[in-house]
Design a protein around this ligand. Structure first.
Ligand code: SF4
Length: 708
């Protein structure tokens, strides 16, 4: 195991998007204190319970530290040279027998939290020469990228709520108290929201669940899952028909306002009210107060992105901010000027290719992960025969996990660069585990880009690696060079070059002189200069997106089935934090939430096991009856389901829970963007087979009422 260096260390936590600064004290090779770094200019001392999980991650006996090879007699450890040879031979055989495109990549969410992985893996992609790429993007934020590219010219030009200066924070399908911001790096969210309310601002939340954020909001409205686009269209209808629109400074740089008026004409508050489940007068009032606020910002996240109309939702969020004069203005939706500038460094290309089996459009060179199982299981030219997974667990985190699980077992060869043997990597022939967490050098190339303040910091490793360990980029370099590629610059060399060429003209050496990070100040207005569209103009009504309005208009009301939505939990982050003892303490968190009336209708009681069923599968979890749920909607966290054979996650398997994605199907996607539509899925919920009925006073009373 690597040895922790004694002393006091300052670095940012890289477990989630919030990148909180940490102060870590180590004595005798043990962490004796870990707390928020009060001098970090972005996080200002904030930390969440997950931060201390870095210690668990470092010490976790289940974490792999040397290569593992799956053999007929079980898993065996090998030295790195042997393992690299076995991995490269497996890949070469598939390439020689079929083609480079028979090898696919799946890149998981932790990749963007590790600069060595983020900037190292493409060397292997180029060495193989495949065009088959999949990632967690298409079960997450792809609609944000599609909208930004179509309207602003670059998929990384994402609007960030200027939460510290706004007067009206309008949150849809997001729970920033639990997430500390997502595509809005904002550590210490509770304090920031308290600041908003203390200065007289308003927090308004739209969500089918009274979330932790909704609980402290000034106003919360339940909404029917999947109808947020209708609500936003109706608000725009009010703003445009009542002539409340004011594009402000950017009016002369914006096209499409007249077209927009026509597009929203049919979506009056009265016409959408029943489907959204929100009274028309509330919609009118929300629209007027948003337009009338001095500084307002609308923000929508997973509940909007991972639904059937995710692309429309994210487009409408930008439109709402724009027509009210809140785009690129203090207190509105702003844009960062990060030292490591992904907008300057990359081009945004319109999609061209379609996937082989289902004809789904690519985005930025990637196909939607919802079709990965199709591409593995469907015979014919171009079939995927080998898979490389990088820091990912798509069996739990992508649609139709059961089918993908089966598909992975059919591959000719699978290589995983991952520190764990999890539900996905158990299928690998070779697992190459990189150093992680406190062991790594890290510059956050992604989340400074999405932060509510312009800052930068470099993290030095806190541990000295065991000689048998390897960094992620060393693994990618070794594999790609064995495949014939020449040596590439290291990730830190690439970051240093990009910092020098970036808007701050800085360097790693300069950043290292600021142990708490560098503060470049609050976000500034950067348009039209930073726009990447032709003529530096904002397109309010890109036809590639507005053409999807007909699909929304023709969508029929759901049946009376319950609709399933996901939930974010403070002590969890996707599937990969369930093996840390201090985060898994306490009651089982993989429960389904259901409104008391829905429970009574089904004669179900708190705590009993229920079956949740869709046409794709059935899972069994305990029931939590909660008036925080909108009637007709039930809620389950994702990332659980640690009961499959062959995994090495001893803590997670004690409370395995059930996988949300054993219920989802590969065909439930937002057809505009290709993003998975994980929210708003019709489900049946019944008492689990073999469970006795449990007496419930609330149920009994309601049954009695019904009988009367
Ligand atoms: S919110 Fe928690 S997990 Fe996220 S960066 Fe901060 S301490 Fe780490």
């Amino acid at each position: 195991m690597s040895i922790l260096r004694d002393g006091t260390h300052f670095r940012a936590c890289n477990l989630c998007e919030a990148i909180c600064g940490l102060k870590i004290t180590i004595s005798g090779g043990r962490v004796t204190d870990l707390r928020g770094d009060s001098d970090d200019p972005l996080s200002r001392g904030a930390i969440c319970p997950k931060g201390t999980a870095l210690i668990d991650l470092h010490a976790d006996p289940d974490r792999l530290r040397s290569p593992h090879i799956r053999t007929q007699s079980g898993w065996q450890t090998r030295d790195w040279d042997d393992a690299f040879d076995i991995a490269v031979n497996g890949l070469r055989e598939v390439i020689a027998t079929y083609s480079p495109d028979a090898v696919a990549f799946y890149v998981g969410n932790p990749t963007v939290h590790n600069s060595g992985t983020l900037l190292g893996w493409s060397a292997l992609l180029r060495a193989i020469g495949t065009t088959q790429r999949y990632s967690a993007t298409s079960v997450d934020q792809l609609p944000h990228h599609v909208a930004a590219q179509a309207m602003l010219g670059h998929h990384f030009l994402l609007p960030i709520p200027d939460i510290d200066r706004t007067d009206f924070f309008f949150v849809l399908g997001a729970n920033p108290i639990a997430s500390n911001g997502s595509l809005m790096t904002a550590p210490g969210m509770r304090e920031r929201l308290r600041g908003l309310q203390t200065r007289g601002g308003r927090l308004v939340v739209i969500d089918p669940r009274r979330t932790e954020t909704a609980a402290i909001a000034d106003e919360h409205h339940f909404i029917t899952p999947g109808t947020d686009a209708l609500l936003l269209l109706a608000m725009l209808h009010v703003i445009l028909t009542e002539q409340l629109a004011d594009l402000g400074r950017l009016a002369d740089h914006t096209d499409g306002l007249e077209t927009l008026k026509h597009l929203v004409a049919d979506f009056s508050p009265h016409s959408v009210s029943a489907r959204c489940g929100i009274h028309a007068e509330h919609i009118v009032r929300l629209a007027r107060s948003f337009a009338g606020a001095n500084h307002a910002v609308a923000y929508g996240r997973m509940g909007l992105s991972t639904q059937a109309f995710g692309g429309l939702c994210q487009w409408l969020i930008i439109v709402l901010n724009s027509v009210t004069g809140n785009l690129d203005e203090p207190g509105g939706a702003m844009f960062t000027e990060p030292a490591f500038d992904l907008v300057r460094m990359s081009r945004s290309r319109p999609p061209v290719r379609r996937s082989r089996v289902r004809g789904l459009l690519e985005f930025d060179g990637e196909f939607p992960v919802a079709t990965l199982a199709d591409e593995i299981l469907t015979p014919g030219p171009g079939q995927i025969r080998a898979l490389i997974t990088i820091a990912g667990n798509p069996v739990l985190s992508t649609p139709n996990g059961t089918r993908l699980d089966e598909a992975l077992a059919t591959l000719d060869f699978m290589l995983s660069i991952d520190p764990y043997r999890n539900e996905t990597t158990r299928h690998a022939h070779v697992i190459l585990p990189p150093a992680v967490g406190l062991e790594t050098e890290h510059y956050d190339a992604v989340f400074h880009h999405f932060a509510v303040r312009n800052t930068a910091r470099i993290n030095d490793p806190v541990a000295i690696l065991d000689e048998d360990q390897r960094y992620d980029y060393q693994i990618f370099a070794a594999l790609s060079q064995r495949l014939g590629a020449s040596a590439s610059p290291t990730p830190m060399q690439r970051i240093d070059a990009a910092l020098a060429a970036g808007p701050r003209a800085t360097s790693l050496a300069e950043l290292r002189t600021h142990e708490h990070g560098v503060d470049y100040g609050p976000l500034r207005s950067v348009f039209p200069e930073r726009l990447c569209t032709e003529g530096k103009r904002i397109n309010l009504t890109p036809p590639a997106i507005t053409s999807d309005l007909s699909r929304l208009a023709s969508q029929h009301e759901q049946s009376d089935a319950l609709l399933l939505i996901g939930r974010r939990q403070l002590r969890s982050n996707n599937s990969w934090m369930h093996n840390t003892p201090r985060l898994m303490r306490g009651a089982d968190r993989c429960t389904i939430l259901m409104n008391p009336d829905d429970a009574a209708d089904r004669m179900l009681s708190e705590g009993e096991l229920v079956d949740i069923a869709t046409e794709n599968g059935c899972v069994t979890v305990p029931l939590e009856v909660s008036s925080d749920m909108k009637p007709g909607v039930v809620c389950l966290p994702h990332g659980f389901g640690h009961d499959r054979d062959g995994i090495q996650l001893s803590v997670a398997t004690e409370k395995p829970g059930a996988s949300y994605n054993d219920l989802t199907g590969g065909d439930t996607i937002d057809t505009l963007t290709g993003n998975a539509a994980l929210n708003g899925i019709p489900v049946r919920v019944t008492r689990a087979s073999g469970q006795p009925s449990v007496s419930n006073p609330a149920t009994d009373e309601r049954q009695h009422d019904l009988a009367r």
